[in-house]
Structure formats: structure tokens, C-alpha cells
Design a protein around this ligand. Structure first.
Ligand code: NAP
Length: 252
């Protein structure tokens, strides 16, 4: 892919920001989506532009259909959409299932699952040859949590990521002969701000010694795997879910 558009949901911080930087460095135009932190999104866009790339920050909450339609309309203005990285995702504070409110569950599944579905829908409508498109790639961010279940922490989050794994397989087969590849990434413990947002700013340090490689991963390490899935180098890979977890939760 060159001179084409890649849309990264939650592209302003963490793993999404690492993907946005690398995709832009390859010459693609990047839509950097964010919800609240405009300063982070703007700073990243400026950084990309200073390095000679092209990027646009677009505010939008992926659980809101109107926002998603706006996000993709902004992508259409830039050029031909060839890639979607379904990266936006949230965790929540540690709770047992018997403590979870409807409000919490609705937020978790609306952002992590419905948001990813809405974005995948819009991407397929643009990229699938069935709709007059010229093909493209979707990469979905799951989590090692889908295999671990995350008991007494966030079973809801783990289940939402299980849904992403299933969507990856089903959608991949749905559009396999329409020029669209759909793959997933299951990160392990990655050093980003997401842990602080779940009330555990020290999670990476606390878990380090328990991880197979005795360290957390970096956003850049996950982004490299995403980049491969976005590229033509993975042209015969679809419906695959790649564990980028340093060995954590690699068994089924
Ligand atoms: P992060 O550092 O918390 O960044 C989250 C990004 O998503 C931010 O850009 C944020 O925008 C955006 N975002 C949050 N809610 C959104 C919404 N409703 N609509 C649009 N954008 C939204 O997260 P991360 O650690 O990079 O994680 C990225 C993905 O990897 C997530 O799907 C996560 O579940 C998955 N993952 C992460 C880990 C890990 O250890 N870090 C492990 C497994 C899986 P604002 O800045 O505006 O809030």
C-alpha cells in the first residue's frame, strides 16, 4: 500500500499511536481517531507531519454510529481506504461479575464490540469488491484476556475480546473472496496507559516477574505485527489471530 488511507481507531495514544506513526512513515495517509484527549491526537499529527507524513486527527466515539460515519467520511476525503485498525478499546476497574452494573457492561460491550463491528462494517462497505471497492485489510485488536478470562479483574473485558476473536474469524470468511483480509492481534501485557485507566498504574511493574519473558511488551512491538498484517507480505493470511504476548496465554 502506498498513498492510500489507513484509519486507526484510538490512534492517538498507546498501541494505536505506534501504528499511526509507522503507517505514516510508509507513506500512507492516516486517520488518527481519538475520543477525549485532543492534545495527544494533535501532538501526534504534528509529529507525523514534521516527519514528512500525512495525518488527520478525527474526534469520534466508536460506539456512536454517527461518529463512526463521520470518521469514515473524513477518511473518504483523504483518498481510498485500504486499511482499518480496529484498535480503540477500554478496560474498567477490577470487579467480580456479581458486582458489575448494567452501565459498566453496556459501556464495555458498546465500545469494544459494537464499535469494532460498526467500523468493520464501514470498512467493508468501502473496500469489498462486492461494493465496488478494490480490496483492503482489517486488523482487530483482541487480547490475551480472551483466553485467560481475567477472573476477579474484568471478565467483561475478556469476553468482549473473545467476541472480537470470533468476529475476526467470521468476517474474514465472509469477505475472503472480496479482496478483504481480516486478522486479529492478541496482545499480552503491553506498557501503555490503559492499565492506569483500569485503576492499576503499576500493573506492568507488578506483573513483570510473572511474564514468560520477564518483561512487558511495547506498543512498537505490537505495531510491528499489525504492520505486517496490513502489508502485502501477509497476502495469504486471513482469519488469523496472532498472539503478541511474549508467550503469555499462548495455549488455548
Ligand atoms: P490506551 O493506551 O488506553 O489508548 C486507547 C486509545 O483508544 C486512545 O487513543 C483513546 O483515545 C482511544 N479510545 C478510547 N475509547 C475510545 C472510543 N470509545 N472511541 C474511540 N477511541 C477511543 O490503549 P492501548 O493499551 O494502546 O490499547 C489499544 C488496544 O489494544 C485496545 O483495544 C486494548 O484492549 C488492546 N490491548 C491492550 C493491551 C495492553 O496491555 N495495553 C493488552 C491487550 C489488548 P483518547 O486518548 O481520546 O481517550
Amino acid at each position: 500500500m502506498t498513498d492510500t488511507v489507513v484509519l486507526v481507531t484510538g490512534g492517538s495514544r498507546g498501541i494505536g499511536a505506534a501504528v499511526s506513526r509507522k503507517v505514516a512513515a510508509l507513506g500512507h495517509k492516516v486517520i488518527v481517531n481519538y475520543t477525549h484527549n485532543q492534545a495527544a491526537a494533535d501532538a501526534l499529527v504534528e509529529e507525523i507531519k514534521a516527519a514528512g507524513g500525512e495525518a488527520v486527527a478525527v474526534q469520534g466515539d466508536v460506539q456512536n454510529e454517527a461518529d463512526v460515519l463521520h470518521l469514515f467520511a473524513e477518511a473518504d476525503k483523504l483518498g481510498t481506504l485500504k486499511g482499518l485498525v480496529n484498535n480503540a478499546g477500554v478496560v474498567d476497574y477490577s470487579q467480580r461479575v456479581d458486582e458489575m452494573t448494567l452501565e459498566r457492561l453496556t459501556r464495555m460491550f458498546s465500545i469494544n464490540v459494537i464499535g469494532a463491528f460498526l467500523c468493520a462494517r464501514e470498512a467493508v462497505r468501502r473496500m469489498s469488491t462486492k461494493h465496488g471497492g478494490t480490496g483492503g485489510v482489517i486488523v482487530n485488536l483482541g487480547s490475551a484476556a480472551s483466553k485467560l478470562g481475567s477472573p476477579s479483574q474484568y471478565v467483561d473485558y475478556a469476553a468482549s475480546k473473545g467476541a472480537i476473536d470470533t468476529m475476526t474469524v467470521g468476517l474474514a470468511l465472509e469477505v475472503a473472496d472480496e479482496g478483504v483480509r481480516v486478522n486479529g492481534i492478541r496482545p499480552g501485557i503491553i506498557d501503555t496507559d490503559i492499565h492506569a485507566s483500569g485503576g492499576h498504574p503499576d500493573r506492568v511493574a507488578q506483573l513483570r516477574s510473572k511474564l514468560p519473558m520477564k518483561r512487558a511488551g511495547t506498543a512498537d512491538e505490537v505495531a510491528e505485527a499489525i504492520l505486517w498484517l496490513l502489508s502485502d507480505q501477509s497476502s495469504y493470511t486471513t482469519g488469523a489471530i496472532l498472539d503478541v504476548s511474549g508467550g503469555r496465554a499462548i495455549l488455548p
